[in-house]
Design a protein around this ligand. Structure first.
Ligand SMILES: C[S@@+](CC[C@H](N)C(=O)[O-])C[C@H]1O[C@@H](n2cnc3c(N)ncnc32)[C@H](O)[C@@H]1O
Length: 420
């Protein structure tokens, strides 16, 4: 059996970026914030060497629609978080936004949580630009991984206001459900609330684009969707938590029911009633501003809290640490056994040993023993897919010992069709 240590990179590509490229969407967001004149965003984008034109936002109409959505979300979320009176904002995911700078200026503590690749890149930028760096903590986590979240909040006292902007739509059903379970656990442990525009994000995009772009709205929205799915490698931006504009009533009920199953309840907060003045509105005619504001009256953000009527549930899953053992049989079969959770934090380990084995040998078969594996997220599935695609004879890809949880994830994501 082999074990491997070494760099996180292959041919200049970061393994962490390969298993979960969704963090690119956060780079687009900070560029749009810079274009909308949100304080601190331009400096962060400069530190990251970013320009919005690099992210498919060269088209003026598409950029305007996106700027309005991003600025409305950022400023309204800041206002709602402050309005709770809770002194600690846990931003999950924090991306590259200047929220840490804003919140700590206002005297709050800020805990920014994001995938390790983002946390590592954004932490030095925020800490160097903050006038109160001692109020900021940034941690690498995977929102589906409870251990990573509880460890990140270990030193936090008092209630927390968890904010989630632009993340829930990138998850599969099982990932969304794990994240909701995890957030409920954090609320039980710390107290506080969870505020998010994500459940009704499609409506906000649709109504914003429709109110300012008229006939062009649908094509510009489609381009925006293509950019987001392309950057994140996610096929569609929806799951049971997300309200669908083609069936608002039913999908809204389904999303609220999902929260209820998790012992949570939501208050829907009207966007127009809470949205501050936006810089991006200066690019609109007075008539467009009126139509836009009135359209935002149909959008809602959610403030989610524990449903006290529901019995507390013991939901802390016992998770086993991730581990792998692998060997090369006859120099051509890559045989690996996996233990624990394979998610965005752990999947790069498998990718690393696979890439190293592939670089040194002509691998024609893969055998993966999943009997010790508890859970797989889309990052893990992405690594399985890379291994599968690398084989000339797809019949030589074998998964064994798949438990019911992992089987269900493979089935609901459609991966069972070729991996099982
Ligand atoms: C569209 S960006 C939003 C970032 C930020 N909230 C904003 O408004 O710009 C999506 C973010 O979700 C993060 N993300 C995706 N999957 C995640 C996961 N499993 N755990 C934690 N963060 C995740 C990405 O790294 C990225 O920063």
């Amino acid at each position: 059996m082999n074990s491997m240590k070494g760099s996180d990179r292959t041919n200049g590509m970061d393994y962490r970026a390969m298993v979960n490229p969704v963090f690119w969407t956060a780079k687009t967001a900070v560029c749009l914030m810079a274009d909308a004149g949100i304080p601190g965003a331009e400096e962060i984008a400069q530190d990251l060497n970013l320009k919005s034109a690099d992210f498919g936002m060269a088209d003026d109409e598409m950029k305007l629609g996106n700027e309005l959505v991003v600025e409305a979300k950022y400023r309204t979320m800041c206002r709602l978080i402050e309005g709770t009176g809770i002194r600690t904002n846990v931003d999950l995911p924090c991306g590259y936004t200047p929220k840490a700078l804003y919140m700590t200026e206002k005297g709050l503590s800020f805990v920014g949580l994001d995938l390790p690749i983002v946390a590592q890149e954004v932490a030095p930028i925020l800490l160097s630009r903050a006038s109160h760096p001692e109020r900021i903590q940034i941690h690498g986590v995977d929102a589906t991984n409870l251990e990573s979240l509880t460890a990140a909040l270990n030193a936090v006292d008092g209630p927390v206001c968890i904010s989630t902007e632009g993340m829930m739509m990138y998850f599969t059903e099982s990932e969304a459900s794990s994240v909701i379970t995890n957030i409920r656990y954090l609320l039980e442990r710390h107290g506080g609330c969870w505020i998010t525009p994500d459940p009704e994000f499609i409506l906000q995009f649709f109504l914003t684009f429709q109110s300012v772009l008229g006939n062009q709205a649908i094509s510009k929205l489609e381009e925006t969707r293509r950019t987001a799915t392309g950057q994140s490698d996610v096929i569609d931006l929806t799951n049971s938590f997300i309200v669908r504009p083609d069936n608002i009533r039913e999908s809204l009920e389904r999303s609220l029911a999902l929260l209820h199953q998790h012992g949570l309840k939501a208050e829907r907060i009207n966007l127009a009633e809470n949205m501050p003045e936006l810089n991006a509105c200066r690019k609109l005619t007075p008539e467009q501003v009126t139509v836009f504001r009135s359209a935002m009256g149909k959008c809602f953000y959610w403030k989610i809290t524990l449903d006290e009527d529901r019995k507390q549930r013991e939901n802390k899953q016992e998770t086993q640490a991730f581990g792998l053992n692998y060997e090369l049989k006859d120099n051509k079969t890559f045989a690996v056994s996996l233990r624990g959770r394979m998610d965005t934090i752990t999947a790069p380990e498998l990718l690393k040993v696979w890439e190293a084995a592939k670089a040194d040998h002509e691998i024609s078969a893969v055998e993966i023993d999943c009997s010790g594996m508890q859970y797989i997220s889309s990052a893990g599935l992405r690594v399985f897919l890379m291994m599968y695609k690398a084989l000339d004879d797809k019949g030589k890809f074998k998964l064994t010992g798949v438990n019911d949880t992992v089987r269900e994830i493979l089935e609901t994501t459609g991966f069972d069709q070729f991996l099982l």
